[in-house]
Write a protein that binds this ligand. Structure first.
Ligand code: KG4
Ligand code: ZN
Length: 355
């Protein structure tokens, strides 16, 4: 097989990103370019992503990002094999911008168009840097999703646990808002926590004693809200709450990961080492990465984390998922409609609000 080069487009939330990823005949994967433009400045004053503004910002910049990605990759349009774009889940306006741009390129260049599930992008993102054999356990922790999914093989996913209310990134963002730490909350809490006492406050850990690996984070956020009501918000207070919040999340993730590993082992015939990939924006948190890693000493498991810039939304993971689909000729028609809701495991039951 010759080289495969895919252009991947990501516009599902508040990052406009285009990347070109190449796979060579010996199987090595190279990111030729990965341009990411965050819309933080646009949404900061609102304390969260405003869908209409996000879509407009994607449409204003996407052609420039494409130009930069091509220039950095030092290739010509003729060198591309297909155009891939996130087609869901995510904010509809942004998905429309990205998919229409991709379809137009594909049509003009007479190349296949590939619609990518954003969650598949996160699930496979680790393969950009490490070739990990299937099956592996995925802990996806992002702004919109928090789930344990078994990646049985490419395009075959079984979700074994999920959040019943807020996603973990959402819990970070909401807690940061309560502490007036700014947006996006995750990185701010991580920064503030380094100066705080992780044992200062005790927060609830919902569902922690249940035998499944489902999550619930809304009670945690409410508990922070209660605390904030009765306290003067000083710098010290912000840091102590951030550190205690982060420590609580680490404990929840550790407990639930152990349960997920048990479930995964029960489903496998052989009890060999379990590879766990932690992906999505929250996986960029170094404290959580370190806490999870400590589990390796006690159990027969090995963690893989994508490098920080590949945890948060990026076009490279979309281009990589595009390569996997291209190799199997899994192309989409140009009338493919974006899907704001699109579970990775098609059989998974919608669980939000099931508490
Ligand atoms: O994967 P992502 O970029 O977008 C979605 O697909 O949702 O994840 C964004 C989420 C946000 O909620 C953000 O606060 C969180 O990831 N996040 C973090 C960190 N960096 C980003 N949360 C905790 N610690 C971080 N360092
Ligand atoms: Zn994401």
């Amino acid at each position: 097989m010759n080289k495969v080069r895919i252009l991947g487009i990501e516009t599902s939330c508040d990052e406009t990103s285009i990347s070109i990823v190449e796979k060579t005949s010996d199987g090595s994967v190279n990111i030729l370019s990965n341009i990411v433009r965050s819309q933080l400045d646009i949404h900061r004053d609102f304390g969260g992503v405003v869908p209409e503004l996000a879509a407009r910002a994607h449409s204003e910049i996407i052609d420039k990002i494409c130009h930069l990605a091509m220039k950095k990759a030092k290739i010509k349009f003729d060198d591309l094999n297909a155009i891939a774009a996130t087609a869901g889940p995510g904010l509809l306006g942004g998905l429309i911008v990205g998919t229409v741009f991709a379809k137009t390129m594909a049509s003009a260049l007479k190349l296949p168009f590939i619609a990518i599930n954003h969650l598949e992008g996160h699930a496979l993102s680790v393969q950009l840097e490490n070739q990990i054999a299937y099956p592996y356990l995925l802990l996806l922790v992002s702004g919109g999703h928090t789930e344990f999914t078994i990646v049985k093989k490419f395009n075959s996913y079984k979700r074994i646990g999920t959040t019943l209310d807020d996603a973990l990134g959402e819990a970070f963002d909401k807690t940061a808002r309560l502490l007036k730490l700014g947006y996006p909350g995750g990185p701010q809490i991580e920064k503030c926590a380094t100066n705080g006492n992780p044992d200062k406050y005790q927060f609830p850990m919902p569902l922690i004693h249940e035998k499944n690996c489902n999550f619930s984070f809304s009670g945690l956020k409410s508990s922070v809200a209660q605390l904030v009501l009765n306290k003067k918000i000083t710098e010290k207070f912000k840091c102590d709450v951030s550190a205690s919040f982060q420590r609580t999340i680490a404990e929840i993730l550790i407990k639930k990961t152990q349960k997920a590993v048990d479930i995964f082992n029960d489903m496998k015939k052989k009890q060999n080492t379990v590879n766990i990939v932690v992906a999505g924006g929250v996986a960029a948190n170094k404290y959580l990465r370190g806490s999870l890693k400590s589990l390796e000493k006690k159990s027969n498991i090995q963690f893989f984390f994508p490098s920080l810039q590949l945890c948060t939304d990026n076009g490279a993971m979309i281009a990589y998922a595009g390569i996997e689909r291209y190799e199997k000729s899994l192309f989409n028609k140009l009338n493919f409609k974006p899907r704001p809701r699109w579970p990775l495991d098609k059989k998974a039951v919608f669980m939000k609000g099931k508490r």
